[in-house]
Design a protein around this ligand. Structure first.
Ligand code: ADP
Ligand code: MG
Length: 269
């Protein structure tokens, strides 16, 4: 059971009227609006190519919108910075020549954090993802799920307010994915970070997102908003889970623009 979503009256992330046109002529996002409250766990769910990664890159400040505004604020009122946002990519992109511990340390090295403080942060981040005993391993010695844990520890090591995750578990087998989903939820409950989790898996979105924003196919807009905070692993295969899953299927496969503008919120059963 997850707590009720906080209100978005004072969002930590707000995108309004986002249009993103690439020089290639691709219109990736066309009128994307979303607001995310501090401490929320939101799933962005949509088909491949609908602009999910583009939306995360805009939030991270790695790209600029063609028009529209991206506002990111932080609990401490800091300006947006690498320290305030952790990014977990689909590929763990670890440095193969150095050990797990040094891979996790990388963001602190880049921000020139003091060594003693860095050591403590690295060990804490490793412990959070259950990797303490693998700190001296090389990435090639780890399974896919463990590499992803390294990537997660690296994103957490700066203690960011916002964690952006771009289909992080998509390449993993189902059992490993469930375990990581579970651990990520536990981390979120403990650390109280804002998590924006991109997925193209309906089950994954239902299991771990408190709120699901369903994006329309290319170009991306928010098609519907659903509350799945009442669903967890114990609900897999039950009727409420299947009903919401079917509803999302319908939304994703309906291709009329009228449907794309429906905004519905399902409150907990
Ligand atoms: P998703 O993550 O939902 O699969 P993306 O955000 O990666 O979608 O891409 C949305 C659309 O924008 C796609 O058609 C993709 O080909 C295009 N796109 C993404 N990045 C670029 C880029 N740097 N240059 C040109 N087109 C891009
Ligand atoms: Mg993507």
């Amino acid at each position: 059971m997850t707590p009720a979503p906080p209100t978005t009256d004072q969002p930590i992330v707000a995108l309004s009227g986002i249009v993103k046109h690439f020089a290639s002529g691709t219109l990736a996002l066309d009128g994307l609006d979303l607001k995310i409250a501090p401490g929320e766990f939101v799933s962005l769910l949509g088909p491949s190519g609908c602009g999910k990664s583009t939306a995360l890159r805009l939030i991270a400040g790695l790209a600029a919108p063609t028009s529209g505004t991206v506002e990111v604020s932080h609990h401490q009122g800091e300006a947006r910075s690498a320290k305030a946002i952790g990014f977990v990519f689909q590929e763990p992109t670890l440095m193969p020549w150095t050990r797990v511990r040094e891979n996790v340390r990388l963001p602190l090295t880049l921000t020139r954090a003091p060594a003693t403080e860095s050591d403590a942060r690295v060990e804490a981040a490793l412990a959070r993802v259950g990797l303490t005993e693998f700190a001296d391993s090389y990435p090639r010695e780890l399974s896919g799920g463990m590499k992803m844990r390294v990537s997660l520890a690296r994103a957490l090591v700066t203690d960011p307010d916002i964690l952006l995750m771009d289909e992080p578990f998509a390449a993993l087998d189902e059992i490993t994915r469930f375990r990581l989903n579970n651990d990520l939820l536990a981390l979120w409950r403990n650390l109280k970070k804002t998590v924006i989790f991109v997925t193209h898996s309906i089950d994954e979105a239902l299991l771990i997102g408190n709120r699901i924003l369903v994006l329309s196919p290319h170009p991306g807009q928010v098609k519907a908003e659903l509350n799945a905070g009442h669903l967890g692993f114990a609900d897999l295969g039950t009727q409420p889970f299947e009903l919401l899953s079917r509803r999302i299927h319908e939304l994703l496969f309906a291709d009329t623009v009228e449907t794309a503008l429906v905004n519905e919120v399902h409150r907990g059963a």
